[in-house]
Design a protein around this ligand. Structure first.
Ligand SMILES: [Zn+2]
Length: 287
């Protein structure tokens, strides 16, 4: 009997260790599998962008999401995307949380110098505060996407509040860019199935990413390039930031950009916009 008790104890201990190990390994394994295109939820560990201008109180906690991005992609093909066709050596650069007078003009200057067109996900309140920068993006051939009015976590607000976040931003952007942007990126990549359904019904396409530069951590350009190379593949959508909160330093992003462009081109990648990568126009068809 005593032996049995010990064996049971050992089994229990082993089970506990396994549980602890799997819980601890979750962020890393989630990230690794991104390259293989399986379960991928970086935004659960994506405390990005919430410093300063954005409310930290709304930041998503590190918990297992209700639904993975892969599941969302399968359930809503074409309505929720994290990448383009893997058959062509093309990538799209995307820059979130713009406009920010500290960083966005510098990013625009580099893109112009290298003749690269990118996609910018604009925060409505920031666009209202700095409309000239948004007009400049449009004028210089970049694509404009909708990144909510003031950057809340969509999965934590009501369906109505989410709709207002997107529509009010749309009303701010339309006169600035001359169209109603089709591409919506939820802050932190967080979104519910019901929200994807509503957005899709209104002619929007939800676009997250499969490559996270993690530049929001104020890291240097070398670390940014390493992060990008880790999961880069044909059809990738790369997340970077051209706007940040107070105290957030994006000088690494600025320094990395020329190197990233040269690196991508040396590897035979064409750098394209989201409409080119996904084969659909930047403007949504109004319902
Ligand atoms: Zn953001």
């Amino acid at each position: 009997m005593r032996r049995w008790g010990e064996a049971r104890k050992a089994l229990l201990l082993a089970a506990c260790l396994l549980l602890a190990a799997s819980a601890g390994a979750e962020p890393a394994s989630g990230k690794r599998s991104a390259a293989a295109g399986s379960e991928y939820r970086p935004q659960a560990q994506h405390p990005s962008e919430e410093t300063g201008a954005f409310s930290g109180a709304q930041r998503p906690k590190k918990k297992k999401p209700a639904i993975s991005w892969v599941a969302l992609q399968q359930r809503y093909p074409g309505a929720f995307v994290i990448g383009g066709s893997r058959r062509f050596r093309r990538v799209a650069l995307t820059f979130d949380d713009v406009p920010d007078p500290r960083y966005t003009p510098q990013v625009l200057e580099t893109l112009a110098r290298y003749k690269v067109r990118a996609t910018f996900f604009v925060v409505g309140q920031r666009a209202a505060a700095h409309p000239a920068i948004v007009r400049r993006m449009q004028r210089e051939g970049h694509i404009i996407g909708n990144h909510s009015l003031n950057h809340p976590v969509f999965s934590r607000i009501s369906q109505y509040a989410m709709q207002q976040q997107v529509l009010r931003t749309d009303w701010i952007l339309r006169p600035l860019v001359g169209y109603s942007p089709r591409f919506v990126r939820p802050p932190y990549g967080e979104i519910t199935p019901a929200q994807v359904e509503w957005l899709s019904g209104k002619g929007f396409t939800v676009v997250n990413w499969d490559v996270d530069s993690e530049d929001w951590r104020s890291i240097d350009s070398g670390a940014i390039l390493i992060n990008i190379k880790r999961t880069l593949q044909p059809g990738s959508i790369v997340l970077q930031h051209a706007g940040g909160g107070t105290g957030q330093d994006l000088s690494g992003t600025i320094a990395a950009l020329p190197r990233l462009i040269k690196l991508l081109r040396s590897k035979g990648y064409a750098i394209v916009t989201l409409p080119e990568l996904l084969g659909r126009p930047a403007a949504r068809r109004l319902p």
